[in-house]
Design a protein around this ligand. Structure first.
Ligand code: AMP
Length: 436
């Protein structure tokens, strides 16, 4: 027997029955992003490895443990796999920001506009241990506002408001927004030193990962999910004295702008983001109904990333939301689309299949979606098919209809039936289009 193949672990097929939910989410995201003045950008699914190592930070979990490599080369495939130094093309993108910044620099966006507002949607890849809400291939919606004139607390607040309003437009109400500030790069350095001083006495009580984080990037200890580490962290007070007055003012202005927009948030001084590139505002949105993987999305300001990746010194702010998580949180609450097809055509006998096939083309020419059973069957079995496709109307062609040059049109919503002369079918179909 031929070998059966299974889907790779941590990935999922998005089946036709789920597609309406995805499309509704994509449409909502496009509408809201455009409302806020963002234009779509699409970048490749794989990029140079170093792009992510440099932007996300060598010590980040994603770069250390979760990058999925792409191998390519002229040799035999098996050989290429064994010989890793051979033509290592890059990694599957684990996130969108670095790729968008790469494109921003490469396409000289800064020379064309003082603020580039870009959004994206697409698959991301991380070699994580799969569980509910955590996949190896997942999808994100994200926005990035980059450019010389992006340095304004109003923009931080606008970006946060966009993410909140997108989730609200998806019907979500139970999520929680947390914000914090990390200040400038210099402020962050002062914060690292303070953290080290404060956490040193309990170093041996921290988990093994955190003991390494202490050396490599102490900020990440605040991100640790280990209960003991969390308790130690929460019992330690860091204050915000390590922030300069300017940074403190900036953060206050972001909070005031959010208040102005009636965006409810929690100011959480323990919130940090696992990636190196963040400066100033960071935020995270979570929904407790999601269980252990409760993050819906996150973002913040990254004022040094563009220059660190070889571009001009311009500021930026953005976020990414997990699409699978949004759909999980919706739990099919709002069924987006109930009618899949406008017209289903039924031939009452195999000899009328040809007439039905021609009628099918005529309906489609009128810009109405149409389908039929290509093999004639009983009226009952064909009606069942029409119901399965949630057809709005059914057109029936039987002996009488063919003889009288007409078709029976049945409205599937109210059950009403009428006969339509074939020579006036176009007029009728145009009316159906208007009623849609
Ligand atoms: P991050 O860049 O890790 O902050 O991710 C932003 C958002 O993407 C998260 O809040 C999740 O909603 C989603 N996300 C991240 N990693 C995964 C994953 N492995 N599986 C599913 N969703 C994810």
């Amino acid at each position: 027997m031929a070998k059966q193949f299974f889907i790779p672990r941590g990935t999922s097929d998005i089946l036709p029955s789920e597609i309406p939910f995805w499309q509704a989410l994509e449409n909502t995201a496009r509408t809201i992003c455009r409302l806020y003045g963002y234009q779509e950008i699409r970048t490749p699914i794989f990029e140079e490895t170093e792009l992510f190592a440099r932007s996300m930070g060598q010590t980040s979990d994603v770069v250390q443990k979760q990058m999925l490599r792409v191998l390519a080369g002229p040799r035999d495939f098996q050989e290429t796999l064994q010989n890793s130094e051979d033509s290592l093309a890059g990694v599957l993108r684990p996130e969108g920001t670095a790729a968008i910044v790469r494109s921003y620099i490469e396409n000289d966006f800064d020379k064309r506009e003082s603020l580039s507002k870009l959004f994206y949607m697409g698959a991301m890849f991380r070699g994580e241990r799969p569980q509910k809400g955590r996949l190896r291939q997942f999808h994100q919606i994200g926005v990035e506002a980059i450019g010389p004139s992006s340095s304004s607390p109003y923009l931080d607040a606008d970006v946060i408001a966009l993410s909140v309003n997108l989730l609200k437009a998806c019907g979500l109400t139970n999520f929680k927004l947390k914000i914090n500030t990390l200040g400038t790069l210099e402020n962050k350095k002062a914060f690292y030193e303070l953290l080290k001083r404060k956490l040193q006495p309990q170093l041996t009580e921290l988990c093994e990962d955190c003991q390494q984080r202490f050396e490599r990037n102490v900020l990440r200890i605040l991100d640790c999910k280990n209960e003991k580490c969390r308790t130690i962290v929460r019992q330690t007070s860091f204050g915000r004295d390590w922030l300069t007055q300017d940074s403190q003012n900036y953060f206050n202005a972001v909070k005031q702008a959010l208040d102005m927009l009636n965006i409810v948030f929690e100011d959480d001084p323990y919130l940090v983001r696992g990636l190196d590139y963040y400066t100033h505002t960071v935020f995270e949105i979570s929904d407790s109904s999601l269980g252990s993987q409760d993050a819906l999305g996150a973002g913040g300001r990254y004022n040094n990333l563009v220059s660190e990746l070889g571009g001009p010194q311009v500021d930026a702010v953005g976020f990414a939301l997990g699409m699978e998580r949004i759909l999980l949180a919706q739990q099919g609450k709002n069924k987006p689309c109930d009618s899949f097809i406008d017209v289903f055509i039924i031939a009452m006998d195999a000899q009328y299949t040809k007439n039905a096939f021609l009628l099918l083309q005529e309906v489609r020419r009128c810009n109405l979606s149409a389908d039929m059973s290509y093999q004639a069957g009983s009226l009952k079995s064909q009606m069942r098919l029409a119901n399965k496709l949630s057809a709005r109307f059914v057109m029936i062609l039987g002996e009488d209809e063919i003889k009288n040059q007409e078709v029976t049109l049945k409205n599937m919503q109210n059950g009403m039936q009428e006969k339509i002369a074939l020579n006036s079918i176009r007029e009728k179909l145009d009316k159906l289009k208007i009623e849609r």
